[in-house]
Design a protein around this ligand. Structure first.
Ligand code: DGY
Length: 324
């Protein structure tokens, strides 16, 4: 039986399947966490990692028999993909099944920031509501405003479609042209600068790579509209969190909605004290049915790989390698 390491306990049904098929080691139930576990089991052939587990070159190098890493997330910037490709270790992720959940959350953040939901909730709980007032917690209308989607992949598109139902006009920035999306949905592709300058709401949906580290820098926040809303449900290091906190503190933006952070689980201290930012603990895919499907997808990937097949949900870099 192949040995498989599961970094953390997750959906019971998936764990049971793994136990039926493999010799399963759950790293978080062992002494010393994941890195000690990887060192203790260099004979493991499969690894199921979470987005919070750095799977670096040393870890990949130490696991001499490793054939597959199944990441329990659509993003996989926690994995040294170059090293995995070099070592012929397959890498899979969990696309599609979390698209709707993550797009819902991006829209939820837009609404929460635009209509100041958390400030209203806090006011109620503190006993500060003394009756209807015409100027109380005035927010912003989404209807008629421009949504700038940065990264028009699956989640970006699902977010744009939802936003349209709120009467928002959608523009997007993507590295490559997307003529089908422009034609089918009427969303206009613009340059990054045009988007930043014109959007009332900017929502990030790019995968992280070092090339886009701090794409949202002090200079970029300074170019945004003074009453714009910034939403990040993608990856924290896409933004300079300190620069964002400074812009929010000086009211150079209307507000921000964040689900991801530069150094998770840490959060910039300044953000914690600001009322114009809504902070969530990386909940993008956090619905019961989505997490179940993600977990089962990782099991399927490991089963396919260790049976000698080609897993269906290989990351794009691996698909590219196989095309060559
Ligand atoms: C992912 O899967 O990459 C998401 O960030 C999870 O919420």
């Amino acid at each position: 039986m192949h040995k498989v390491i599961l970094a953390h306990r997750y959906h019971d049904e998936a764990v049971e399947r793994l136990r039926r098929e493999f010799r399963l080691v759950i790293a978080e139930e062992e002494e010393g966490g994941l890195s000690a576990c990887l060192r203790r089991h260099p004979d493991a052939e499969g690894l199921i990692s979470f987005l919070s587990d750095p799977i670096d070159a040393a870890a990949i190098g130490a696991m001499k028999k490793l054939k597959v890493i199944a990441n329990f997330a659509v993003g996989y910037n926690n994995i040294d993909v170059a090293r995995a490709l070099e070592r012929d270790v397959l890498v899979t992720h969990t696309p599609d099944v979390l698209t709707n959940a993550t797009a819902d959350l991006a829209v939820a953040l837009m609404l929460a920031v635009a209509r100041r939901l958390l400030e209203g909730d806090a006011l109620m709980r503190s006993g500060g509501f003394h009756g209807w007032q015409s100027g109380l917690l005035l927010g912003k209308e989404l209807n008629g405003s421009i949504l700038g989607i940065v990264g028009m992949g699956r989640i970006g598109l699902a977010t744009a479609q939802r936003a349209r139902a709120f009467g928002m006009k959608v523009v997007f920035y993507s590295r490559g042209p997307k003529p089908l999306i422009e034609k089918k949905y009427g969303f206009a592709r613009v340059t990054f600068l045009e988007l930043i300058r014109s959007a009332d709401v900017v929502s990030l949906h790019l995968p992280y790579s070092p090339g886009v580290h701090h794409l949202f820098s002090h200079d970029v926040f300074a170019l945004m509209k003074k009453d714009a809303i910034f939403i990040n449900t993608a990856r924290g290091p896409l933004m300079d969190e300190q620069a964002l906190a400074a812009a929010l503190e000086k009211n150079e933006l209307f507000g921000a909605g964040l689900d991801v952070y530069e150094n998770e689980p840490a959060v910039n201290e300044k953000l914690l004290g600001l009322a114009n930012v809504v902070l969530l603990p990386h909940l993008g895919s956090a619905t019961g049915s989505t997490r179940r499907q993600m977990a089962l997808m990782t099991v399927q990937s490991v089963c396919q790989a260790l049976a000698g097949g080609r897993p269906r949900h290989l990351i794009p870099e691996w698909k590219e390698k196989l095309r060559k």
